[in-house]
Design a protein around this ligand. Structure first.
Ligand code: NDP
Ligand code: GDR
Length: 372
């Protein structure tokens, strides 16, 4: 039987990288859409790179952009994919308040461009489409836990754009009989998570503080609660969704929720540091209460975290907790990482990254930490 062919938009992102690995292991030929950038932007997939001079490669990258329909139509025509995973998006909620029109274009209309390219090319019966939908659709709490039937109330330009993408996917399924599904994924993280999402921002900062590369860091809303899983578990489910008999929409989550503050505590626990939080709201700060690891000498009583209101969002999503019952019962999917295992994996990754920085610093080179 011929190997399946997949087209992944957002291949250079966290999920694109893990999904590429998974599909290549399953014997797929993987085509990925990458944006042109002035510096290389393929760090997460460099280990999968194949010399373009080799014939019959099974991992191929193409330049393109979600805002360019002619490019998407041409690529889909050339690739003739069995499966499209539409993961490309301006995916940062806070940044979407600053770039609302671009976010609507890339995340909302971009999804339409993919669906319509498949329809225009007459691939409706061949090509299955996975749309990267999000728990941000639930926004302002309507019910908990949130399931496939919970009403949406988006709270950011990102979420509103993703709401258009969600419904246009449902509409093309119903109107044209396309196999197109939404995976409504709750937050999922990993050692290759983007550096400005809160979990990675925390694990990077904690690693730098433990190694003496940085004194303190700043966060926004410590009370926000998220249902955090591991990206490796979630990309498995993306593939399972497209193998199911019927095209449907699915919630993927762990079913547990945790405040940002407790993620900070767990990350510091990984380097043997116990914290004490004092104050409330924008006055809240965290101090070192105990340091039980001889490898990391952090002064007791030191202030290592402050709240900075610049990280507060104009409208916030306070509480997310997903109900993955449908995915468990119908597809037998279950998360294999719990939160402590996720934090451990991320901390191990960032301690290694920061040890490299430490060597650079010891060698007289400048290292940077961006507070974003
Ligand atoms: P990332 O931000 O890590 O990756 C986003 C990818 O999209 C990158 O490859 C990026 O390219 C690419 N991209 C952005 N804009 C464009 C554009 N205009 N044209 C082409 N490519 C573009 O996101 P994740 O991997 O974390 O998430 C994957 C998808 O899942 C996203 O759609 C996200 O919104 C959604 N999602 C994510 C969740 C999560 O918790 N991770 C939860 C629910 C949904 P570049 O590398 O050049 O920036
Ligand atoms: P989110 O992820 O908005 O849920 O979107 P993020 O990690 O950015 O925020 C989670 C929560 O942490 C609070 N927070 C901070 N967030 C950031 N980024 N930086 C901070 O300093 C900070 N301090 C507190 C936020 O206010 C928020 O409540 C992610 C993205 O991957 C989306 O693409 C995806 O759709 C959703 O998850 C599910």
């Amino acid at each position: 039987m011929k190997n399946k062919v997949a087209f992944i938009t957002g291949v250079t992102g966290q999920d694109g990288a893990y999904l590429s690995e998974l599909l290549l292991k399953k014997g797929y030929t993987v085509h990925g859409l990458k944006r042109r950038s002035s510096l290389f932007n393929t760090d997460r997939i460099d280990h999968l790179y194949q010399d373009p001079h080799i014939e019959n490669r099974n991992f191929v990258l193409h330049y393109g952009d979600m805002t360019d329909s002619t490019n998407l139509i041409r690529l889909i025509q050339e690739i003739q994919p069995d499966e499209i995973y539409n993961l490309a998006a301006m995916s940062h909620v806070q940044v979407s308040f600053e770039t609302p029109e671009y976010t609507a274009n890339a995340d909302g209309i971009g999804t339409l461009r993919i669906l319509d390219a498949v329809r225009l090319l007459g691939l409706e019966k061949k090509t299955r489409i996975y749309q990267a939908s999000t728990s941000e659709l639930y926004g302002k709490v309507q019910e908990v836990p949130q399931s496939e039937t919970t009403p949406f109330y988006p709270r950011s330009p990102y979420a509103v754009a993703k709401m258009y993408a969600y419904w246009i996917t449902v509409n093309y399924r119903e109107a044209y009989g396309m196999y197109a599904c939404n995976g409504i994924l709750f937050n999922h993280e990993s050692p290759i998570r983007g550096e400005t999402f809160v979990t990675r921002k925390i694990t990077r900062a904690v690693s730098r503080i433990a190694l003496g590369l940085q004194d303190k860091f700043y966060l926004g809303n410590l009370d926000a609660r998220r249902d955090w899983g591991h990206a490796k578990d979630y990309v498995k489910m993306m593939w399972m969704i497209l193998q199911a008999e019927e095209a449907e929409d699915w919630v993927i989550a762990t079913g547990k929720t945790t405040p940002v503050r407790d993620f900070v505590r767990l990350a510091f626990n990984e380097v043997g540091v116990e914290l004490e939080f004092k104050g409330e709201g924008v006055e809240e700060k965290a101090f070192v209460k105990a340091c039980n690891n001889p490898d990391y000498q952090i002064e007791i009583g030191k202030e290592i975290l402050s709240v900075d209101p610049k990280y507060f969002r104009p409208t916030e999503v306070e509480l997310l907790i997903g109900d993955p019952t449908k995915a468990k019962e119908k597809l037998n999917w279950e998360a294999t990482y719990d939160l402590p295992a996720l934090v451990k994996d991320m901390m191990q990754g960032d301690l290694k990254v920061m040890q490299k920085d430490q060597h650079l610093k010891d060698g007289g080179f400048t290292t940077f930490n961006y507070f974003e």
